[in-house]
Ligand binder design. Sequence first.
Ligand code: NAP
Ligand code: MG
Length: 492
Amino acid sequence: MKTVTPEAQKFLNAEHLMLIDGKQVEGEKGRLVDLENPADGSVIAQAWRGAAHHADRAVEAARRAFNDKRWRGKTPAERERVLLRIAELIDEHTEALADLEVLNGGKLFTGAFRGEVPMAARTFRYYAGWCTKLEGEVFHPSIPGLDFHAYTIHEPVGVVAQIIPWNGPLVMAAWKLAPALAAGCSVVLKPAEQTPLSALYLGRLMQEAGVPDGVVNIVTGSGSEIGGTLAAHGDVNKVAFTGSTETGRKLMDAARGNLKRLSLELGGKSPAILFEDCDLEAAIEGAAMGIFGGAGQVCVAGSRIYAHYSIYDEVVEGVAEVARRLKVGPGLDPDSEMGPLISDGHRQSVHGHVTRAVDEGVDLICGGDMLDGPGYFYPPTVLAKPRPDSAIMTEEVFGPVVTVTPFQSTAEVVSAANDSIYGLAGSVWTRDLSLAHKVVRDINSGIIWINCHGIPDLALRVGGMKQSGWGRELGPEGLMLYTETKSIMAKL
Ligand code: NAP
Ligand code: MG
């Protein structure tokens, strides 16, 4: 087992205070929540369950910071320098942050250390570069007989509430905070109640990097109380949310009062389509890891595999072989290849989906049994020949559970892939590039990979069609989510 860094251990042992107006703030007596290590169910720390008035105070602080321009009034190069410094500090604390992602978020250490923490640092670097490039346009209006000069500017949208889920605590925080800060907004971040630690740690690093007081506030607590207060708040200009489609709908209702801007990264039920001519070995491995990676607790997970009839049996067997081979275990064990689910409740929910599917007659190829021992482990599970309208084909499981369905024609598989309320992601596996590019045009989803699945990049937009959400994060569009365009016209 890898040992936890003294730095992470010291942080775990300390109090986990909220960050409001640049100050460390505790909650009210008795309102502490136990934080669990999903790999063994032990309590690793406690965090405050903030109350509505903490959310209100954070919004007030963010508003003051926005109005007096202590951040948005800085030159773009100054903002860039602070964001670059945040990235450097994340790099300097990579191991401790990775430990926190493992202990609180149930991640694999290697993945967090090599993947997620560096990705968080890169996010700040990427958006640091945009600070000096957020330019408007100049144009010449066509009004006969008169001369005008017109242009646009992109202003920060204002006070932003950012509400994030537990499945990528640090990366989700970085994907939200970096573009908002680059645009000049002030922020109130609400981490998932189960996984606030790395965001609170990041909050300290941001202060150290020179983010002024009140510009980034972090309020911990429950979704209904803190999230609900922020979403309904009359002085919040925008909510940026990542989480379930169900919560996304509640946010739409809450946001109606002041018509605040809303960007929503929601659930998915993404297809991975394996054509007859694909590189079978690579496709099987890639499609399997497209669902079992992160124990399936990944929004873009390829939870519906479609395989051409001619290769169907090989695909089912191949994916099951990967499932049986993967070593499920705690993230601190360097041999583990798949970690636990986030909580016992979530494991019950995943298992409920599987049991129901089996009751409804799907073929259980492997997995499907809760694993013994402490920790919330669930085996990679492969289900074959599900009915297209069954719950396992329509509902998001958010666990290491995949269905494999045969298809005959391209038209048939495109229609099956699109037969979902979701439209987040997908992948197409073939050696025929024309086929690949034609099929991706016909799939209704925000991201599609060809001959790979789930590979992120900061320039690759993330977001969904249909009930997978509104808006796109990352890339320049991710920055524009935090701006308002202003048009200016001058008569010469
Ligand atoms: P969730 O229940 O919707 O929670 C997400 C966040 O919303 C948490 O911080 C939660 O707080 C908060 N929340 C809950 N109820 C709220 C309310 N009424 N008002 C305001 N905020 C509220 O989602 P989850 O189960 O934690 O996360 C998994 C989901 O996220 C999956 O559906 C997955 O597909 C989606 N996801 C999407 C993307 C994407 O980019 N599209 C990325 C990752 C995950 P508490 O934790 O305190 O309840
Ligand atoms: Mg939840």
